[in-house]
Design a protein around this ligand. Structure first.
Ligand code: SAH
Length: 283
C-alpha cells in the first residue's frame, strides 16, 4: 500500500539499523494508524509492542519480523519500565531496525518520553511517530467531540491513577473542576467513584453528563452514557472494564446527534439539537 503512495518530499523515511522509532498505533482500529507507522512496520527487524496494540495490526509487519510483547497492565508499579527501555537499547546496539509500537500516542500517558530519554541517553538515534490518542480518537468513535464551541474552550486530560495505583496525589481536582468544562480521564475505571466524588465536592453537578467508552474503535467498543453521580454504579452494572476512556462534561450530550456508528446501523439521532442552540449554526 505504502509503496503506491509517493511521499511528498521524496522518499519515505528509512528506518536505519541501530535506530529506534517510537510509534503510536492509535486506539485500536487499524485504519487509524498513520502512514509513518505503516512505513515503519514494513521495515522493522523487530517490533516491541504493548498490550493495547491490536494483534491484527502486527500482521502488517515483515513476515520475518521478530515481535516482542512488552505489555504492562493495570497501573502496577513498573519496575519493568526500565527493563523495556534497556531492552530497546540492546536491540538497537545489536544493529537492528527497532520499532517500539505503543497504543494511542506514545507521548500521552504512555511513558514514551521516558523510553525516548533512555534511548537518547545511550546514544541511540530515535524518531517519534505520534498516534491518535484514545482520549481524542476513541471519543470521536463514540460521537463525542472533545471540544465543541458551545461547551468548552479547554479540555483537560488526566490520568485516573499514578504509579502507585492510587488517584494521583498531584492532581488538584478542585482546580480542574473549576478550570475545565470537559475532563477526559485515562485509566479512570478503578477510581471513578473517588474521581466523581472529588468533582462533585468541588461543585460539579450530580447530573453532569459522563460517557464511558471501552475498547474504543475496536469491534468490541461499548459506550455507556451516565452522569457524575451515577457513573460508578452504572459502570459496575454494565460490567465494562479497562481499557476505557471517561469523558465528563456537556460535550457528551452531542452524542445524541453524533452517534455516527449507531446511525450507520440504522438508529435515528435521538436529538438533532441536544444543546438547544435552535437552528443549525451558520458560522
Ligand atoms: N498512549 C495511550 C494511552 C495509554 S494509557 C493513548 O494515547 O491513547 C492506557 C489508557 O488509555 C487505558 O487505561 C484507557 O484509559 C486508554 N485507552 C487506550 N486505548 C483505549 C481504547 N481503545 N479504548 C478506550 N480507552 C483506551
Amino acid at each position: 500500500m505504502i509503496e503506491s503512495l509517493k511521499y511528498p518530499t521524496g522518499e519515505w523515511p528509512e528506518l536505519k539499523q541501530g535506530w529506534v522509532w517510537l510509534c503510536g498505533a492509535g486506539p485500536g482500529d487499524a485504519g487509524l494508524l498513520t502512514l509513518h507507522a505503516v512505513n515503519a512496520m514494513k521495515q522493522a527487524d523487530v517490533i516491541v509492542f504493548d498490550a493495547l496494540v491490536q494483534q491484527e495490526i502486527l500482521d502488517w509487519a515483515r513476515p520475518d519480523c521478530e515481535k516482542i510483547y512488552a505489555g504492562k497492565r493495570g497501573g502496577k508499579p513498573s519496575a519493568k519500565q526500565r527493563d523495556i527501555s534497556l531492552h530497546l537499547v540492546e536491540l538497537a546496539q545489536e544493529g537492528k531496525r527497532v520499532l517500539r509500537l505503543k497504543g494511542g500516542d506514545p507521548f500521552v500517558f504512555g511513558r514514551g518520553g521516558e523510553e525516548a530519554q533512555t534511548l537518547v541517553q545511550h546514544g541511540i538515534p530515535v524518531r517519534i511517530i505520534p498516534g491518535i490518542s484514545a482520549g481524542i480518537g476513541g471519543l470521536a468513535y463514540a460521537g463525542v467531540p472533545v471540544t465543541h464551541r458551545d461547551v468548552n474552550q479547554s479540555v483537560t486530560f488526566v490520568t485516573g491513577h499514578d504509579q502507585t495505583g492510587n488517584t494521583p496525589s498531584a492532581l488538584d481536582w478542585s482546580a480542574i473542576s473549576r478550570g475545565s468544562q470537559v475532563i477526559v480521564v485515562y485509566m479512570g475505571m478503578k477510581h471513578i467513584g473517588r474521581i466523581s466524588k472529588a468533582l462533585r465536592d468541588a461543585g460539579r453537578p450530580d447530573d453532569e453528563p459522563v460517557a464511558v467508552v471501552s475498547e474504543a474503535t475496536t469491534p468490541n467498543q461499548r459506550v455507556l452514557e451516565t452522569t457524575l453521580a451515577t457513573a460508578e454504579a452504572d459502570i459496575e452494572t454494565s460490567g465494562m472494564a479497562a481499557p476505557a476512556m471517561i469523558c465528563i462534561g456537556r460535550s457528551v450530550l452531542m452524542r445524541q446527534v453524533l452517534d455516527w456508528q449507531g446511525q450507520a446501523n440504522g438508529e435515528l439521532p435521538r436529538d438533532l439539537d441536544p444543546l438547544g442552540r435552535g437552528k443549525p449554526a451558520e458560522q
